[in-house]
Design a protein around this ligand. Structure first.
Ligand code: TYM
Length: 369
């Protein structure tokens, strides 16, 4: 993709105006020497977002949140900024109950802090508390061909999931996501693999904007964990609340037990005495993340020394134990909602100057004001 930098990569992008047209063509714009010093941050910034879905599941943690925390700590050590956002505007494309949205936003904030985000080390805020992002989204809409959005696989997926509610927000969802990231001129984006199409689109939007208005934004890059795709309890689809195949890591121990015990294992292991295939068994794969001795667990399966039920029971207990401190912190945080709200307000306020500076630059570049 690097070869398309400075040019528009997709064939269906609106044709460039003829050389006689008043607007400078992209070739002309690209040929002009940079008229202004770079406004890109000296050090890369990290940004990611998460929907206030009401459930924090194992896929969220193994696929993304662990990397939110790792980058936060790297940011402190190396002096770069990390910004994490609970995306309530995005949630409105599928959730329409105001009180539930408000509560889930706070629950997600408590979950993220419980799982290791520290508001003194990173910025944690709620998307709608920095509404500049909606202005940037609109401006990005004007450089984004509709065809790019119609082709986005997640749009097709969401249409299928909620056929009676195909609102315009679903289509423009990835444009808002691009604005989310680059409002902060962030270039490191910890996400799971399911978000890869969105990130690719963000990169295209940034290229289209930079080509038309000059180098303004860095191209964001995905940062993946060791488990970029976590399968759900069905062992087939990615873990997702909308599929109902989740393991709720901050749920009550009995809920976790029930969810883990419902997991599909190696479908070819019919009898207890049949040897298992840990490489294809989702339960065995999850053991990787909950104990250095996972190869021993695999060996037990391979030799039929242990049965699938034993392996699942062990996994459930390990997940419960691993997240026990986080579950406790979550409860404490949810017991003091005014404090949690203050933390989020402070987060949004702390990064206000970045948003204002970006928007002032963008408006000026685009001929607004
Ligand atoms: P969301 O809320 O669906 O998921 C949050 C993060 O969890 C990751 N994830 C997974 N990773 C691996 N396996 C899984 N089964 C799994 N399920 C979820 C997701 O990849 C994601 O990183 N559109 C985004 C939110 C968003 C955003 C952004 C992300 C809005 N603006 C800007 C990054 C940058 C979403 O709905 O994530």
């Amino acid at each position: 993709m690097s070869g398309s930098r400075g040019r528009v990569a997709r064939p269906d992008y609106p044709p460039r105006p003829a050389p006689s047209a008043k607007l400078a063509t992209m070739t002309e714009a690209a040929a002009k020497p940079a008229a202004r010093p770079s406004t890109l941050p000296a050090k890369p910034r990290a940004f990611s977002g998460i929907q206030p879905s009401g459930i924090t599941h194992l896929g969220n943690d193994l696929g993304a949140i662990r990397n939110f925390v790792a980058l936060q700590n790297r940011g402190v050590a190396e002096g770069f900024e990390t910004i994490y956002c609970i995306v309530d505007y995005h949630a409105l494309t599928s959730s329409h109950d105001p009180e539930i949205l408000r509560l889930r936003t706070l629950e997600m904030a408590a979950s993220l802090i419980a799982l290791g985000l520290d508001p003194d080390k990173c910025t944690l805020f709620v998307q709608s508390h920095r509404p500049e992002v909606t202005e940037l989204c609109w401006l990005f809409n004007t450089v984004t061909p509709v065809g790019w959005l119609l082709r986005t696989p997640t749009y097709k997926e969401k249409r299928a999931n909620q056929p009676d509610d195909i609102n315009h927000g679903l289509l423009t969802y990835p444009v808002l996501q691009a604005a989310d990231i680059v409002l902060w001129k962030a270039s490191l984006v910890p996400i799971g693999k399911d978000q890869a199409p969105h990130l690719e689109l963000s990169r295209e939007i940034v290229r289209a904007f930079n080509a038309r208005y000059g180098e303004t934004f860095p191209e964001p890059k995905a940062v993946y964990t060791e488990a970029p795709v976590v399968l759900g309890t069905d062992g087939v689809k990615k873990m997702s609340k909308s599929v109902g195949n989740t393991i709720e890591i901050l749920g009550e121990p009995d809920v976790i037990r029930k969810q883990v015990m419902s997991m599909v294992t190696d479908t070819q292991r019919i009898m207890r005495s049949d040897p298992g295939r840990p490489q294809v068994c989702n339960v065995c794969q999850m053991h990787r993340h909950f104990g250095a001795d996972y190869e021993e667990v695999w060996e037990g399966e391979r030799t039929a020394r242990t049965g699938c039920v034993d392996t699942k029971k062990l996994l459930a207990e390990r997940i419960i134990a691993h997240y026990a401190p986080a579950r406790e912190t979550y409860r404490e945080l949810m017991a003091d909602l005014p404090r949690l709200r203050r933390t989020l307000e402070e987060g949004a306020e702390r990064i206000r100057p970045i948003a204002e500076a970006t928007m002032a630059e963008v408006r000026e570049r685009m001929g607004l004001r």
